[in-house]
Design a protein around this ligand. Sequence first.
Ligand SMILES: *[C@@H]1O[C@H](CO)[C@@H](O)[C@H](O)[C@H]1NC(C)=O
Ligand SMILES: *[C@@H]1O[C@H](CO)[C@@H](O)[C@H](O)[C@H]1NC(C)=O
Length: 258
Amino acid sequence: MHLLQSVAVLTLAATSLAFPNGAPRCKITESIIAAGHKLQQGSLGLVMQLPASYTPGGAAIPITVAAANGSAVSFAGVLAYVTPGNIMDSSLTAVPIGTPNVPSAGGIMQHVGTFANLAAQNLRPQTAAVCTSQNVTNDADASTITHSQPLTAQTPFTVMWTPPAANAGPVTVNMVISSGSSRTPWQIVPSGQIQSTAGAAPAAPAAPATTPAAKKNNNKKTKKNKAKKAAKGAAAKVLNAVKAAAAKAAKKAKKAKK
Ligand SMILES: *[C@@H]1O[C@H](CO)[C@@H](O)[C@H](O)[C@H]1NC(C)=O
Ligand SMILES: *[C@@H]1O[C@H](CO)[C@@H](O)[C@H](O)[C@H]1NC(C)=O
């Protein structure tokens, strides 16, 4: 009985974002973090502060997490990565892998660029095996980062991110912050986008450019604005599909409980 109990406790600790030596995952999945922390997501009042653009192969740029009201919020754990496209990864990881009509259901596989100067901030690259097991293709190990020990960090907190050499088009910064260990508040910080000074990626990773409307418009430089509109519409469609699938899953789960 005792042994079983301690095994259960160990398992739960291992799934917690605030595991002392870093998050045990390579993707941000709300339901899994909630189970690990034994606490639903709450708000720490955090937002991202990002530069408008990056230059492929260019200088590192600052990625900052801050309290919306400017106060100093203390935190202990972090998991962060940057994905191509403009969709917050946790909205995709909320949808089961292979869900029809949801491109990248289960999360974007590619994590781009590399975070710099980690050791000085008690951060580390996520373990390669952890990322591989979740099908993540990191540009480099430091494309996905977590804490190397419980942080005594405060907002505003800045980590430098070196863009990929190849143009990845607009990218999305994904980050979850934990204030402490199990049963302490945590928050997936609302994602922000960073544009590329080189424009759209050559082979668009997300749905927009694959829609006939977007393709047609992309061919006409003079109709740049129209193309932008079409891409936005397609992105909204994907998000709606994601939401619908998530709602459906929730409904199903409710039914199963009854
Ligand atoms: C600012 O926001 C933080 C986090 O939500 C909160 O704990 C704090 O009380 C707020 N401070 C003020 C001065 O509103
Ligand atoms: C990894 O990819 C394989 C093959 O596409 C798939 O069957 C599997 O479900 C994926 N696993 C995860 C954790 O994403």
